[in-house]
Design a protein around this ligand. Structure first.
Ligand SMILES: Cc1cc2nc3c(=O)[nH]c(=O)nc-3n(C[C@H](O)[C@H](O)[C@H](O)COP(=O)(O)OP(=O)(O)OC[C@H]3O[C@@H](n4cnc5c(N)ncnc54)[C@H](O)[C@@H]3O)c2cc1C
Length: 447
């Protein structure tokens, strides 16, 4: 084992927890700070109805192998379960089930030849394995050319607009290809039903176990503690002052916070690197969770293809993990992606609920507010990095220009779309880079 170093990890989401676990396991003296009162960041869950539920809906694809390996390693591999998923598309007042490529032929709000084109393009994208060919073109341009204007507007374009709003035409085709490609890997054949992964007891099972494992390896986890100031010393070590009033020195810092927060935390980062950080544009997300006494639909994942409806998707959790796990309650996520100045990000919760009700009645005309016993609203500003054309040139390096400062966040996940599997991969990678620098004598105190 190499010499023990003091390493600070900022952020207790899946990336920070994985990084801290790996470095503590390699024998380093690790401290992780999380500013919220709970660990897990975007993947965290809260206790409700005798179980736990993520603030933001979560599932895994079969291709998510890094998180599966980590779960095995920390002794919770058996908690991962694979369940049938059901997907639908809402357009023209109707739910169209989309369980396999053949269901695309049922989308009768567009002519048959458009449906055939959409089906063939989907099959084509499922089979492509080289993402580079999709890097230089926008999804809107590629897809419109492939399926024609009308089919694009009603199906693929509707989905892009729902997720990215006015920036929909900036998203690179690589992002869209990846969505289609991954879903194929969660099916044994294109005609078969998709299986998605879930963690028994919610993502908190993984988050809690990671926190525990860091402790077992001698690391420290401080929740409700933000890093207020982080200064680099003359010998390249770092002094961190936390909101708890502690001041401590470290040989290296791994920051796992969203890119736009970095320049304020580390104002001495050179301009060219700061530009890379501020270049990263994120869509925010707002999710309303309804606790209901009956289901809204029989679909788990319903994409909304109606431009008048103000939300992007309805994810009915209890059509995935049954209501029997939640004392008979039904839980429905009403999800919307939005840009940073959208009024919903600051709208009072009751107003948002009133705003959504008529549209929930479009999804199910029988829906009544009496069905809803409780609701919660969760908001996240750094929900989805927008993957623009030639993004590979813009990904900031993990090893920042400041000696001993490393960055690992979701804007560095590419070409895959962000997700907890890739946060685990980021954490593994960041820890390996720090270890490599220690092994080569690059950290403070080595020179
Ligand atoms: C609506 C939605 C749906 C999703 N669905 C899925 C899904 O189905 N499957 C899936 O795998 N993934 C999904 N994801 C994505 C996944 O949750 C994230 O990609 C992942 O959790 C990001 O982890 P992270 O650690 O990189 O970042 P975060 O979870 O954002 O963690 C960063 C942490 O840093 C903390 N922090 C910030 N500043 C400071 C500071 N100064 N000091 C201390 N702490 C600080 C924050 O409080 C936060 O906890 C979804 C995300 C959203 C928003």
């Amino acid at each position: 084992m190499s010499e023990q170093r003091r390493i600070g990890v900022i952020g207790g989401g899946i990336t920070g927890l994985t990084t801290a676990y790996r470095l503590a396991r390699s024998g380093h003296d690790v401290t992780l700070w999380e500013r919220s009162s709970y660990l897990g960041g975007q993947a965290a869950a809260f206790h409700v109805a005798g179980n736990a539920l993520e603030h933001f809906y979560h599932h895994l694809f079969m291709s998510d192998t890094e998180i599966q390996s980590l779960m095995e390693e920390i002794g919770i591999g058996d908690e991962l379960i694979w369940l049938d998923s059901s997907v639908g598309f809402f357009a023209d007042g109707k739910i169209y089930p989309l369980q396999g490529a053949l269901d695309l032929l049922q989308l009768d709000f567009i002519p048959l030849h458009d449906r055939i084109r959409i089906g063939l393009v989907t099959l084509y994208l499922q089979r492509q394995t080289d993402w580079r060919e999709f890097e230089q073109v926008s999804a809107a341009e590629w897809l419109e050319k492939a399926v024609g204007r009308r089919a694009f507007d009603r199906v693929f374009g509707a989905q892009l607009r729902a997720k990215f709003g006015p920036r929909y035409d900036q998203v690179a085709m690589v992002w869209f290809w990846n969505k289609i490609h991954l879903r194929t890997q969660s099916r044994k054949s294109p005609l078969q039903k998709e299986k998605l992964g879930y963690i028994r007891g919610s993502w908190n099972t993984l988050i809690d176990r990671l926190g525990e494992a860091i402790g077992e390896e001698g690391g420290k986890v401080q929740i409700g503690t933000s890093t207020d100031s982080v200064q680099q010393n003359k010998d390249n070590s770092w002094t961190v002052q936390t909101s708890g009033g502690d001041t401590e020195s470290f040989d290296a810092i791994v920051a796992t916070v969203p890119s736009p927060l970095m320049p304020r935390l580390f104002p001495t980062l050179p301009d060219w690197y700061q530009h890379k950080l501020t270049d990263a544009i994120y869509q925010g997300a707002i999710v309303m969770i309804l606790r209901m006494n009956q289901p809204l639909s029989n679909i788990y994942w319903l994409n909304i293809g109606d431009p008048e409806i103000p939300f992007t998707g309805i994810i009915e959790h209890t059509n995935f993990i049954g209501p029997e796990y939640f004392q008979g309650n039904h839980f429905v996520y009403v999800s919307k992606y939005l840009d940073q100045n959208h009024p919903y990000l600051t709208m009072p919760e009751d107003e948002l609920f009133e705003e959504y009700v008529p549209y929930l009645q479009r999804i199910n005309p029988d829906f009544s507010t009496d069905w809803v016993h409780e609701f919660w609203v969760f908001r996240e500003r750094a929900a989805q990095p927008i993957i623009t054309q030639n993004y590979s040139n813009r990904v900031p390096e993990h090893r920042t220009p400041l000696h001993g400062l490393y960055l690992a966040n979701s804007a560095q996940i590419y070409p895959e779309d962000r997700g907890t599997n890739y946060s685990v991969r980021l954490g593994n990678k960041a820890a390996a880079i720090v270890q490599n620098d220690i092994d080569h004598g690059y950290l403070a105190g080595d020179r």
